[in-house]
Ligand binder design. Structure first.
Ligand SMILES: C[S@@+](CC[C@H](N)C(=O)[O-])C[C@H]1O[C@@H](n2cnc3c(N)ncnc32)[C@H](O)[C@@H]1O
Length: 267
């Protein structure tokens, strides 16, 4: 297995526990569907769809939806979600860096906090644009590096081994200047917008406990440090709590998670 295959296998294993976090990603899914201008009858691809919150929302509006994700456990939940919502969706286990679709298949390609985890941004975005029709819309939500979740990745990176060579840090996808560069001249009319997830939390400790059990990169770090260096784990937890404290609104029992939305038209 080469470095990238190993990286993706670790991603697949880490994201398997993500399903409870769909309570956070359900509301922004509707925002992304609106931002992307998804309408009835459109052919839509939700890349790194996880439990399918964006896919199901688009399908409820009458779009013809395909969802693709690396992690089979999440696709199982996605199937249940589609059944509960009484919508039909074409689910695929796969990799955004190698999409199993013909060029120009979709009217809209979306990804919510998803394609940003592919190791090679240039490959991922080239694939998303390849399967999009000329005149179609690419739209995604990502975590800016200077806001809560992006800063959380920075804290994590202080306690983890460096990313393997050739793997790009996910929060770079939250920088408008980098996004413009990556989308390049293949698109026009780039539009940015921002919104907020108000994640329910009874305390800072509850928030950390929940993410330690559900968020792939945090699960991995806690697993590694629990076995190798409990003192460093305690240090990480203190740093994580100190960061969360800056975004925890005790009067409302929420943690503010602001994010960036991007939309562009393929030439
Ligand atoms: C933070 S979750 C977001 C899931 C979902 N889009 C949502 O909003 O709830 C990140 C997702 O990216 C998926 N993922 C990571 N790397 C991927 C890749 N190379 N190709 C496809 N999916 C990938 C994971 O399996 C996981 O479902």
């Amino acid at each position: 297995m080469d470095v990238l295959d190993k990286f993706k296998a670790a991603q697949r294993a880490g994201w398997a526990f993500f399903a409870p976090l769909q309570t956070f990603t359900t509301v922004p899914a509707a925002r992304l569907v609106g931002h992307a201008g998804i309408r009835s009858g459109m052919r839509v691809l939700d890349v790194a769809c996880g439990t399918g919150v964006v896919a199901v929302t688009a399908a409820r509006m009458g779009a013809r939806v395909t969802g693709l994700d690396l992690t089979p456990e999440l696709l199982e939940v996605a199937r249940t979600n589609a059944a509960l919502a009484a919508v039909a969706i074409d689910w695929h286990e796969g990799d955004v860096e190698q999409l199993p679709f013909e060029p120009g298949t979709f009217d809209v390609v979306v990804s919510q906090f998803g394609h940003m985890f592919a190791p090679r941004p240039d490959v991922a975005v080239a694939e998303m644009l390849r399967v999009l029709k000329p005149g179609g819309t690419i739209a995604f939500s990502t975590w800016p590096p200077e806001l809560f979740v992006g800063r959380m990745f920075a804290v994590l990176s202080r306690y983890m081994p460096p990313l393997p060579p050739g793997v790009s840090p996910p929060p770079q996808w939250g920088e408008p200047s980098i996004i413009r560069e990556r989308l390049g001249t293949v698109v026009r009319d780039i539009v940015f917008d921002r919104d907020r997830i108000s994640a329910p939390a009874l305390s800072i400790g509850h928030y950390r406990d929940f993410t330690e059990k559900t968020a792939g990169p945090v699960i991995k770090l806690v697993e590694t440090l629990s076995a190798s260096d409990p003192a460093k784990l305690a240090e990480f937890r203190a740093a994580y709590d100190a960061l969360t404290a800056q975004y925890f609104d005790a009067a409302q029992n929420i943690v503010r998670q602001d994010y960036l939305m991007t939309r562009a038209t393929k030439n």
